[in-house]
Design a binder for this molecule. Structure first.
Ligand code: HEC
Length: 210
C-alpha cells in the first residue's frame, strides 16, 4: 500500500510548532536578563501618550499640572443655582417651608427605604429616637414626633441631614439632595402616622383597626 512519507497534516503541525517555538525563543532570549531599558512592547496601542497627569511636572507652569480652576468655573451639572433645593434655605435666609420634591406614593416608599437605611440605626424605624445605637452609649436623639419638630419647616429637616446637628453627623456626602428631600417627605408621613387619630381613618375602615 502507498503511504506518503509526509502527510500534509503533519507538515502543517510542524510549521505551527516551529512558529510557537520561534515566538518563545524570540521573546524569551531577547530579554532573559535584567535590563534598565523599557520592556519591548510589541503592540503599544495608545499606552504611551504625550499627556499631562495630575501632580506631575509641566514644562509650562511652574506649579506643575496641579492648577486651580479659574475663579467662577462651574463644573458641568454643578451650577446649583436653585439654593432652596440644594440647601433647604431660601436666598432670604429662612428655611424652605415645603419640600420642593413632590410627594407621591413612590417617593414616600423610596424615602422610607432611605430613612430605614440611614436614620433608623439612631432614630429607630418609627423615629422615636430609640435606634439600636442608643444601646451603645450614643446620645439618644429626641423623638421626631415632638410637637416642635412637627411644626418645623421642611427645610430645617433637610438642613439637619445636610450639616448635622450637635451629636448627629452630617449626611450630605452619603445621601444625595433628592434622597434627602425624599426622607423629609417620609418623616412627614411618619409624623402623621405616629400621631394619627381615629378620626383620620375613613368611616368604613375604622372597624378594621379597632
Ligand atoms: C449616628 C446616629 C444618627 C443618625 C444616623 C442620624 N441621626 Fe439624627 N440625630 C442624632 C442625634 C444624636 C440627635 C440629637 C443631637 C443632639 O441633640 O445633640 C439627632 C437629631 C436629629 C434631629 C432633631 C434636630 C433638633 O432640632 O432637635 C433630626 C430632625 C434628625 N436628627 C434627623 C435625622 C435624619 C433625617 C437622619 C437620616 C438621614 C438622621 N437624623 C440620622 C443621631 C443620628
Amino acid at each position: 500500500m502507498y503511504r506518503p512519507a509526509f502527510k500534509i497534516e503533519n507538515i502543517v503541525r510542524l510549521i505551527f510548532i516551529l512558529h510557537i517555538a520561534g515566538v518563545v525563543i524570540f521573546t524569551g532570549c531577547f530579554r532573559g536578563s535584567p535590563s534598565d531599558k523599557p520592556p519591548i512592547h510589541l503592540n503599544p496601542n495608545m499606552d504611551d501618550q504625550p499627556k499631562y497627569k495630575s501632580q506631575s511636572e509641566s514644562g509650562i507652569f511652574s506649579r506643575g499640572t496641579n492648577l486651580t480652576p479659574v475663579p467662577g468655573t462651574v463644573a458641568r451639572g454643578e451650577l446649583r443655582a436653585n439654593a432652596d433645593f440644594y440647601t433647604g434655605i431660601t436666598t432670604a435666609g429662612s428655611f424652605v417651608e415645603k419640600s420642593p420634591v413632590q410627594i407621591t406614593a413612590d417617593n414616600l416608599r423610596y424615602g422610607r427605604e432611605r430613612f430605614d437605611i440611614f436614620c433608623s440605626p439612631c432614630h429607630s424605624k418609627i423615629g422615636d429616637g430609640t435606634g439600636i445605637i442608643t444601646h451603645y452609649n450614643y446620645t439618644q436623639p429626641k423623638s421626631l414626633h415632638e410637637q416642635r419638630l412637627r411644626d418645623i419647616e421642611d427645610g430645617y429637616l433637610f438642613d439637619v441631614m445636610t450639616n448635622g446637628f450637635n451629636d448627629m453627623p452630617a449626611y450630605k456626602y452619603q445621601i444625595s439632595v433628592n434622597d434627602r428631600w425624599a426622607i423629609v417627605n417620609y418623616i412627614r408621613a411618619l409624623q402623621r402616622s405616629q400621631n394619627g387619630k381615629i378620626a383620620d381613618v375613613p368611616q368604613d375602615k375604622r372597624d378594621e383597626i379597632r
